[in-house]
Design a protein around this ligand. Structure first.
Ligand code: BG6
Length: 477
């Protein structure tokens, strides 16, 4: 791996995301030699930690993955801590001085990665201070933003306005960690390598496409955040939409970031608008109850959750596009907590016309995103590696199906390379929020009868009727 140079400034450096995802990801890049002598990480947060203590927490966060003490210590020597109040200008000046000192020490070419691993309400404030206190350098200055990016179109616009006063769109990297997952990244390649597959990926041959992001866990300790979100905002607006983007976009002529985004933008702009009265016909929601044995907490009894909460922990819907390739093909999507198991998958259901092309009628191609080991492709229930039928060529390089590289590692590699293909652009977000807002607004006006599904089940019955009305059914059920 070619070595990269940068100073990372991690806002929220003492937090959970940083320790669970970012530091382990950076460490793997360190082991791979992509980060070596010319990088430094400044963690900032309110609490007054010493560099020593910070480094110790970093090492602790790695111990689950590795036991190479020396390597971990060498890595941690690149870490510095700066106690920081996001509203205090003086703190940014101190941060700037520290960063430029580290620039000299590690010879990092004045490159900066500003990483927002903090509460979203601070995104704008921090960005504004980075600009006003002159932290930006003559190297590159990349701003990394975690979700949620707003809670509706209006707030997303406000946030974007605030960020764009300090950073250009070119400099902003909006994370959707699903775009960092191996299998999601592999889909465009799979389509390219298998012209026959891509050729039948349209309304002539596809009956419907199903995207499921199922989780077995409940909200755990995130009740506070989840009460402001719900499954629609938490999973559908971002992860599910981005998966649809990858599956349904036309094939770009070249696989570079700009072409991919132009094509995705076009796809999202063609989302078939929902009218408020279509919402109840095309979207359903649910909230988990206890399980059959009465052992698990119902959502309403979870920590930091209102006793009469109407927040949905399950959402399913039928999304359509108004374009040549996909008009009249339903994209059924669903995401829920407390489903029977963790499974992120895409089921592509072909119709009987594929028989004209020598493919078995009503073939189903399933792309497993997670957690199945080495994501695999199933055709009509048979693992493709054992299928002779020449619909999809299994990628020659088995390495690319190695899920070992975590989403965050892959996304950080992209950030360091300045490759924006796997990040969400503003225009895409605008279209998806506009679409989601109609559903949210309608839902907020009606009181659902919650809870309406037992934990460890496939969600409310209405999720099944949604497809049955069209003569279809969920492939995973
Ligand atoms: C996050 C959501 O974006 O994605 C969580 O906020 C959810 O609620 C998580 O659990 C699922 O991600 P993954 O990678 O575990 O499928």
């Amino acid at each position: 791996a070619t070595e990269k140079s940068a100073v990372f400034i991690i806002f929220g450096g003492s937090g959970d995301l940083a320790h669970r995802k970012l530091y382990p990801a950076l460490y793997r890049l360190f082991k791979a030699g992509m980060l070596k002598d010319h990088f430094a990480v400044i963690g900032t947060a309110r609490r007054p930690w010493s560099n020593e203590y910070f480094r110790q927490t970093v090492i602790t966060s790695l111990e689950d993955f590795d036991d190479d003490k020396r390597m971990m210590e060498n890595f941690a020597m690149h870490f510095y801590y700066q106690s920081h109040d996001v509203n205090d200008s003086d703190h940014y000046i101190a941060l700037k001085q520290l960063a430029s000192k580290l620039d000299d020490r590690f010879d990092t070419e004045h490159n900066r990665v500003y990483y927002m691993a903090i509460a979203p309400r601070f995104f704008g404030t921090v960005a504004a201070h980075i600009k006003s206190e002159g932290l930006k350098t003559d190297g590159y200055n990349r701003l990394v933003i975690e979700k949620p990016f707003g809670r509706d179109l209006n707030s997303a616009c406000d946030l974007n306005d605030a960020l764009s006063k300090a950073f250009t769109e070119e400099e902003i990297y909006r994370i959707d960690h699903y775009l960092g997952k191996k299998m999601v990244q592999e889909i465009p390649n799979l389509r390219k390598k298998n012209p026959k597959f891509d050729e039948i990926l349209n309304n002539k041959y596809v009956s419907n496409i199903q995207v499921t992001l199922g989780e077995s866990l409940g909200v755990e300790d995130r009740g506070g955040y989840y009460e402001t979100a719900g499954a629609l905002r938490d999973m559908v607006q971002n992860h599910i939409m981005q998966i649809l983007g990858v599956v349904a976009m036309d094939e770009p002529d070249v696989m570079d970031a700009k072409s991919i985004h132009d094509i995705k933008e076009k796809l999202f702009a063609s989302l078939k608008d929902l009218t408020p009265d279509e919402v109840s016909k095309k979207f359903v929601r649910g909230q988990y109850d206890t399980d059959e044995m009465g052992k698990l907490n119902p959502y309403r009894k979870e920590d930091k959750v209102e006793e009469d909460s109407n927040i949905e922990t399950f959402a399913a819907g039928k999304i359509e596009f108004d374009n040549e390739r996909w008009s009249n093909v339903p994209f059924y999507v669903r995401s829920g907590k407390r489903m029977p198991k963790k499974s992120s998958r895409i089921d592509i259901v072909f119709n009987e016309k594929v028989a004209d092309l020598g493919i078995r009628a009503n073939t189903i191609v399933t792309l497993f995103i997670e957690p199945d080991e080495g994501s695999s492709i199933l055709i009509n229930g048979i693992d493709y590696r054992e299928v002779k039928q020449n619909l999809i060529k299994y990628p020659e390089d088995p390495e690319i199906f190695d899920n070992a590289r975590e989403a965050y590692e892959s996304l950080i590699i992209d950030i360091l390379a300045g490759d924006k293909a796997n990040f969400t652009l503003w225009e895409e977000l605008k279209s998806t929020w506009k679409y989601i807002d109609v559903i949210r607004k309608q839902w907020d006006e009606e009181s659902p009868k919650f809870p309406n599904y037992l934990s460890n089940t496939m969600g409310p019955d209405t999720a099944d009727t949604l497809l049955e009305k069209d003569g279809n059914s969920w492939i995973w059920n």
